[in-house]
Design a protein around this ligand. Structure first.
Ligand code: NAP
Length: 253
């Protein structure tokens, strides 16, 4: 059992989740690095955590299924009681207008980006709530600047899933503040990860970056810093907060 407790990072094998797992481990949390298909990448995150003196484990599970979420919590509990959850796993789909969206596409995005976050949070809350004998805890949801901007002509369905996450963050924070559980979100802008290649625009960070207020795309490590702060005792009075890490993208009128 680590000094800070056990933190689950869904989708911790690559991108923002991988950077968050490394950063959180450096703060003393035992990290549960969940992945769906990238076993080697998850192993490499765990190796770097351990090389830096941290502890953790990896767990393969598709968190868009309830069985997958259960498997992640079962793996976490082998390390100790879960006191933190980073709901990071999320996907987009090919950019385009709504005319091109299939029912299956929208359902898949909703399932991973929204349903999975709500059900994983339910499992975390059950364990963290003081009334159940828990010690309280913290949940961080990874939203997107798209929640504010709407992502017209890119993926309005993806943006809508992240809008749901913002609303969920505020509601859950109010519902569980009295039980010692803080719930916050981070809203990244354009961050250099595989996300963009997976939605058909691999050069997006390089193309969009120079036009942003801070003149470049962000890095996963910059998002991880905000996650780590919201999880830390330094943020003990912050709940229901949604922190933009977008290089100013979210505030362009
Ligand atoms: P990424 O580099 O594509 O990484 C996605 C991660 O999610 C991978 O570790 C992947 O694991 C995991 N994952 C995908 N489906 C999963 C499933 N069904 N079950 C478990 N894990 C799953 O993406 P990213 O950019 O880091 O995105 C992370 C989060 O940030 C997402 O919620 C995304 O919406 C959000 N975000 C990203 C940006 C950006 O510009 N990059 C901006 C705003 C918000 P496997 O490889 O093992 O499948």
């Amino acid at each position: 059992m680590s000094a800070r407790g056990v933190c689950i990072v869904t989708g911790g094998s690559r991108g923002i989740g991988a950077a968050a797992a490394r950063r959180i481990a450096a703060d003393g949390w035992a990290v549960v690095i969940n992945y769906n298909s990238s076993a080697d990448a998850a192993d490499s995150v765990l190796k770097s955590v351990e090389a830096a003196g941290g502890t953790g484990t990896t767990v393969q599970a598709d968190v868009s299924t309830e069985a997958g979420i259960d498997a992640v919590f079962a793996a976490a509990e082998k390390l100790g009681p879960v006191t933190a959850l980073v709901n990071n796993a999320g996907v987009g789909d090919q950019v385009g207008t709504i005319e091109t969206f299939t029912f299956e596409r929208v359902e898949r995005l909703m399932r991973l980006n929204v349903t999975s976050v709500i059900i994983a949070s339910r499992e975390a809350i059950k364990r963290m709530a003081r009334k159940n004998g828990g010690k309280g805890g913290v949940i961080i949801n990874i939203s997107s600047a798209a929640a504010k901007l709407g992502a017209a002509n890119q993926f309005v369905d993806y943006a809508a899933t992240k809008g749901a996450i913002d609303t969920f963050t505020v509601g859950l924070a109010l519902e569980w503040a009295g039980e010692g559980i803080r719930v916050n979100a981070v809203r990244p802008g354009v961050i250099a990860t595989d996300f963009h290649a997976n939605v058909g625009v691999p050069n997006r960070p390089a193309e969009v970056g120079p036009g942003l207020p801070l003149g470049r795309a962000g890095t996963p490590e910059e998002v991880a810093e905000a996650i780590a702060w919201l999880m830390s005792d330094a943020a003990s009075y912050s709940t229901g907060a949604i922190v933009d890490v977008s290089g100013g993208r979210s505030i362009v009128p």
